[in-house]
Every structure is written in structure tokens, then in C-alpha cells.
Write a protein that binds this ligand. Structure first.
Ligand code: ZN
Ligand code: ZN
Length: 164
């Protein structure tokens, strides 16, 4: 069986990380905020439990950044070349990292599972017919595979215990 581990890092190679296992889900986000942050048409984020994303080399600098929800996000960047490696959003908290798929050594491996905020999609982007797309967001229970929902439930149980 092929390893489910993926490796990635920043452009200057100060930061290297390992992502263990397939993502919970991969978002292709077409919101204007992601467009501005990437300087492109969309962001590709692989949602992963924080404890499945391990730094192998270097360190990250956490930059507080405004977000669409108004609650802000924390972007982990290489302190040298400033490439963004992953974000934590206030919704899921520090337990879930939104890993930027483009920083993986093999980004082809995790294409988007779902397209979100397509209401602000740039008009030249054509969405694939075989993937769900939502004008804004979606209901997790309806789109995530069962294994991902189970992993997420385990994560919530763990973080609930941690705050007691
Ligand atoms: Zn770097
Ligand atoms: Zn977005």
C-alpha cells in the first residue's frame, strides 16, 4: 500500500513538514479573500488535524490576518521567505490546520473535493462537473466522507476534554 504521508515546505526550504494521512477534505475556495491572499483565482486548502501535520525542519511564524468571517485567521509562514504553509481559522480552532496544497512536494495528489464561495469565482475558471460546488459554504455532514466525519468527531471529543 502506498504511503499516505506527504511532505511539503516553503520556497527557501527553511521549513519542511510532513502531513500524515489523507486530508479530511480539500477545499477550493473562490472567495475574494482567498483571491487576495494568493494573488490568484482561488486557494487550495487541505483540512488536517493539527497533530497530523508535523514540522520536520525549521519553524513557523504565526501572523494574525483578517478573514471573511470577521473572526480572523492565523497564518503560519516561513519566518525567512514568508511563504504561507497553513492557516488556523477561529471556527475549527487550533485543532485543524488548513494546509496550503501548493506547498506540498506533490500537490497533484490532493485535488479539490469541493468548490466553495463560487459566487465570487473569477469568470474564466471552469468548475469540473464531477465535484460539488457551492455559492457559499456547505453542510459538513452532507459532503464529508464518513471516515472524515469520524476523525473530526474524535478531534472534537479530544479538544473538549482538553479544555476541562
Ligand atoms: Zn522559507
Ligand atoms: Zn476563501
Amino acid at each position: 500500500m502506498a504511503s499516505t504521508d506527504a511532505r511539503g515546505g516553503c520556497t527557501c526550504r527553511f521549513v519542511r513538514y510532513r502531513m500524515a494521512g489523507p486530508p479530511l477534505i480539500v477545499h477550493c475556495c473562490h472567495c475574494r479573500w482567498c483571491q487576495r491572499e494568493t494573488g490568484a483565482a482561488f486557494a487550495l486548502n487541505a483540512m488536517m488535524e493539527a497533530d497530523r501535520v508535523a514540522l520536520l525542519e525549521g519553524d513557523v511564524e504565526i501572523v494574525a490576518t483578517p478573514s471573511l468571517s470577521g473572526k480572523g485567521q492565523k497564518i503560519s509562514r516561513c519566518p525567512r521567505c514568508r511563504i504561507a504553509l497553513w492557516s488556523n481559522y477561529s471556527g475549527a480552532g487550533d485543532a485543524v490546520r488548513f494546509v496550503r496544497v501548493g506547498t506540498l512536494d506533490d500537490p497533484d495528489r490532493y485535488p479539490p473535493d469541493v468548490h466553495i464561495f463560487t459566487s465570487s469565482k473569477q469568470p474564466w475558471v471552469r468548475l469540473p462537473a464531477d465535484k460539488p460546488a457551492f455559492a457559499e459554504y456547505y453542510r459538513r455532514e452532507e459532503q464529508w466522507p464518513r471516515e472524515s466525519l469520524e476523525r473530526y468527531a474524535g478531534l472534537r471529543a479530544k479538544s473538549a476534554r482538553g479544555t476541562q
